[in-house]
Design a protein around this ligand. Structure first.
Ligand SMILES: NC(=O)c1ccc[n+]([C@@H]2O[C@H](COP(=O)([O-])OP(=O)(O)OC[C@H]3O[C@@H](n4cnc5c(N)ncnc54)[C@H](OP(=O)(O)O)[C@@H]3O)[C@@H](O)[C@H]2O)c1
Length: 357
């Protein structure tokens, strides 16, 4: 039986598998001006202005534990170059992405094109650790201790070959995390100049409040799962019963209230753009609405899905993670699509109904 959750899991898995079979062709980064400039937006309480769509590097390299090879570096370079050609200037990483090879590959790309570093904003994350004990379930655990955060950033800087991260996010809220320890880590990293700005990911309102109580630095980003197929936190205002127990409501308004940049991770996971044949009728109806609007706008459902996020007044910044250069180019066209209210609500209502079914 198809459910929205199984579909999201299956598409995530399919994406990971596809990532291991990318183009082998060699690609040299030009470092020139973007071919297609993108609208930029300022990240409040920073001096950073970034493209309104970012590129996420979770699948920048094949997801296996084999050492990084020339073809993986070349493929990563092609994805980074395509992003830059389309005006993307914000790159989202995490210490452990691609078994730590995503940062390594990104570092090699930067090394080959030294002028690139000053033209882009690098965001990475800390706090997730791979388990070393085979008897532990889950495969990973969380660690937001002072020591781990600082060590993690030092590892990221080494792999990236840069002296600072523009933004560091705490990847997930660590249930054992002590806000005072996190504050101490942020102080260390600010004093050493290794991180310019700080933010969080997958955090709820109260988790951010707890941190804000002790942090001297502002929380400038919260990166959460958000998209047309993950629209419950937006649909919240439409129907208070939509959010399930894992999604604390009010996060959108809270971030706006406190000038926290809302980043949408996995914005196209489980999208209605490519439903499986056994999808339920509500999901099929959402897909029909999406396809109709895409056809009327002479574009694709993928582009409309992203344009739907961009239309929200919270200046939501989607982090796209495509492993296909043509898809990156296609998706960046969302920057020039402005949905009207009727289209936007048509998509929300049909997506929210599918979410409930
Ligand atoms: N903070 C967190 O906890 C967290 C968690 C997950 C992800 N993230 C961040 O979010 C980023 C993006 O997530 P994601 O990898 O799930 O990416 P995504 O942009 O949501 O893409 C999801 C899937 O849609 C497919 N797709 C995208 N555009 C398409 C198009 N135009 N046509 C056909 N298929 C298309 C992709 O396949 P193709 O590869 O074939 O294009 C991919 O499998 C990650 O790289 C990471 O930086 C953060």
């Amino acid at each position: 039986m198809w459910t929205r959750r199984t579909f999201i899991t299956q598409t995530a898995l399919a994406g990971m598998l596809a990532a291991t079979d990318r183009s082998q062709q060699s690609y040299q980064l030009s470092g020139g001006a973007p071919l297609r400039p993108m609208t930029t937006q300022k990240i409040a309480r920073t001096d950073l202005a970034v493209s309104r769509i970012a590129y996420g590097c979770a699948k920048l390299v094949p997801l296996n534990s084999a050492p990084l090879d020339a073809s993986a570096i070349s493929s990563a370079e092609r994805l980074v170059q395509t992003s830059i050609d389309n005006g993307i200037t914000l790159f989202d990483l995490a210490d452990h992405y691609g078994y730590f090879k995503a940062e390594e590959a990104f570092g090699k790309v930067l090394h080959r094109s030294p002028r690139l570093r000053q033209r882009i904003v690098i965001q990475s994350k800390a706090g997730v650790r791979g388990q070393t004990q085979p008897w532990l379930p889950g495969g990973y655990y969380l660690d937001c201790s002072r020591e781990h955060i600082v060590n993690s950033v030092e590892g990221s800087l080494r792999r990236l070959g840069t002296d600072h991260l523009d933004i560091l996010l705490l990847h997930y809220p660590d249930a054992l995390g002590e806000p005072q320890e996190i504050a101490a880590a942020f102080e260390d990293l600010t004093a050493s100049g290794k991180v310019r700005y700080f933010g969080v990911s997958n955090h709820t309102v109260s988790q951010i409040e707890l941190l804000r109580k002790v942090l001297r630095q502002p929380v400038v980003v919260n990166q959460i799962p958000l998209g047309l197929a993950l629209c419950d936190v937006i649909a919240d205002g439409l129907n208070g019963n939509l959010a399930d127990s894992t999604r604390v409501t009010g996060i959108i308004d809270y971030c706006r209230l406190h000038d926290i940049c809302l980043q949408a991770h996995s914005p196209l996971q489980g999208t209605f753009a490519n439903l499986p044949a056994d999808a339920n009728p509500k999901a099929k109806e959402a897909a029909r609405v999406l396809a109709r609007i895409a056809a009327a706008r002479s574009t694709t459902p993928w582009v409309i899905s992203l344009a739907w996020l961009l239309r929200h007044p919270a200046a939501i910044l989607p982090i796209i993670g495509s492993t296909d250069a043509a898809h990156i180019t296609e998706n960046c066209a969302a920057d020039s699509v402005h949905l009207d209210r009727e289209e936007w609500y048509g998509l929300l209502v049909s997506a929210a109904a599918a979410l409930q079914s």
